[in-house]
Design a protein around this ligand. Structure first.
Ligand code: ATP
Length: 394
């Protein structure tokens, strides 16, 4: 990689333009990439485009191939087949240290014998940058990640959060076009993780860089990323914005993987018109909870075995049945509260329906003294609107 002249901390603070790429091309194109270890396909013909300036998160269960994919982008693994294009150019033959891509590892991989300043300067020295430029760039990075005054400390004299900042400064020092972050916040406690998430987002926006982050933590992916790719067994199951992913999961697996959800299995019972599967309101007979009305599905339903998915916060509880003409409450199921979990901002309820199914409902605690809270053994009506149901083919 050719180094640009060092900029002052002030310049680094001003918003940067997003890197220019050949028109119409994404910054990064992953094209049918396969990576096998022995007989095992860790990454299975995966394709994905990432635009310049994106904050993209890869989410998925342990062992699904997230790290292997990042390692191929960084050049630490070679794909068996497929292409990786950066700025429209195939980077297969470019060694890791010459790629304008940097990877920040899970364990930060700081050099224990080097102080903060020398850790950050390490890659710049290897790139044979001049001493004065290195000095200016390191100062700029120290200011950027707010480590002023700690430059002479060694990693074991820093807190977990400070070590994370050194690693971040080191990976940003050479101004990569693309920064890959593998579980960067896993070692931090919840509070520090949340504040660091915001700092990372601010930094990414301010520098106009492209980030791909790997995380196990859905909340983290939803908070930080503009788009999320959910991986399973080496493949991308869905790529969408956080809202699309949560409100419109494409499969039962995604619905269960992302957030909490109630799932009721059933078959189409009645619908109007010549194209029954496209009717506005469809009645689905679920063995567990009787007939559930759902709004028009996003795509025509082909299979007869379906699954109605409804998020717990969309299930309302009340002591009495809502007014019979309330179209939002057309799905109303009676039952008994069996479990109450107070979680601070909200309370989660389990309701055993008279039909035998169990439905979960979560409600925001909007008042300090909630006189409307429900208790175990209380009879309630659980209700939800057809528009809040997602129909998934099993
Ligand atoms: P985690 O979230 O636990 O870090 P991951 O999604 O990042 O998991 P990978 O580290 O990419 O998963 O591993 C994907 C699969 O490939 C796993 O089954 C793993 O055991 C296997 N694997 C990874 N590296 C190698 C290797 N060098 N040799 C053999 N198998 C490997």
């Amino acid at each position: 990689m050719t180094e640009e002249p060092a900029k002052t901390a002030r310049e680094a603070d001003s918003p940067r333009s997003i890197p220019q790429v050949a028109s119409g091309m994404p910054l990064l194109r992953i094209d049918a990439v396969v990576k096998t270890f022995g007989q095992y396909r860790a990454v299975d013909a995966l394709s994905l485009d990432i635009q310049a300036g994106e904050f993209f998160a890869l989410l998925g269960p342990s062992g699904c191939g997230k790290t292997t994919l990042l390692r191929m982008l960084a050049g630490f693994e070679t794909p068996d087949s497929g292409r990786i294009l950066l700025d429209g150019k195939d980077i297969a033959q470019v060694p890791p240290h010459q790629r304008p891509i940097n990877m920040m590892f899970q364990n930060y991989a700081l050099f224990p014998h080097l102080n903060v300043r020398d850790n950050i300067a390490f890659g710049l020295k290897r790139a044979e940058m001049s001493k004065s430029d290195i000095k200016a760039r390191v100062s700029e990075m120290v200011a950027l990640v707010k480590l002023d005054g700690l430059e002479k400390r060694k990693p074991d004299q820093l807190s977990g959060g400070q070590r994370q900042r050194v690693a971040l400064a080191r990976s940003l020092a050479r101004r990569p076009q693309l920064l890959l972050l593998d579980e960067p916040l896993a070692a931090l406690d919840k509070k520090l993780r949340e504040s660091t998430q915001l700092e990372l987002m601010e930094l990414q926006r301010r520098l106009g860089l492209t980030f791909i982050i790997v995380t196990h933590d859905q909340q983290e992916a939803m908070t930080m990323a503009g788009r999320i790719g959910v991986m399973d067994a080496g493949r991308l199951e869905q790529v969408a914005t956080p809202r699309e992913l949560y409100e419109g999961p494409r499969s039962r697996w995604i619905a269960e993987f992302v957030g909490d959800i109630n799932l009721l299995e059933g078959q189409i019972e009645t619908s109007d018109g010549a194209y029954p599967m496209m009717a506005r309101r469809i009645a689905i007979a679920t063995g567990e909870a009787g007939t559930i009305y759902v709004a028009e599905p996003r795509e025509p339903l082909i299979k007869s075995n379906l699954c109605v998915a409804i998020r717990p916060e969309k299930v309302k509880l009340s002591r009495r049945a809502p007014a019979s003409d309330d179209a939002r409450a057309i799905n109303r199921l009676e039952g008994v509260v069996t479990d109450v979990s107070y979680l601070g901002g909200m309370t989660s309820y389990k309701v055993k329906l008279d039909s035998g199914a169990v439905l979960r409902s979560s409600m925001a605690n909007t008042a300090r003294l909630d006189l409307d809270a429900y208790s175990p053994s209380q009879r309630v009506v659980a209700w939800f609107s057809p528009e809040d149901c997602v129909v998934l083919e099993q």
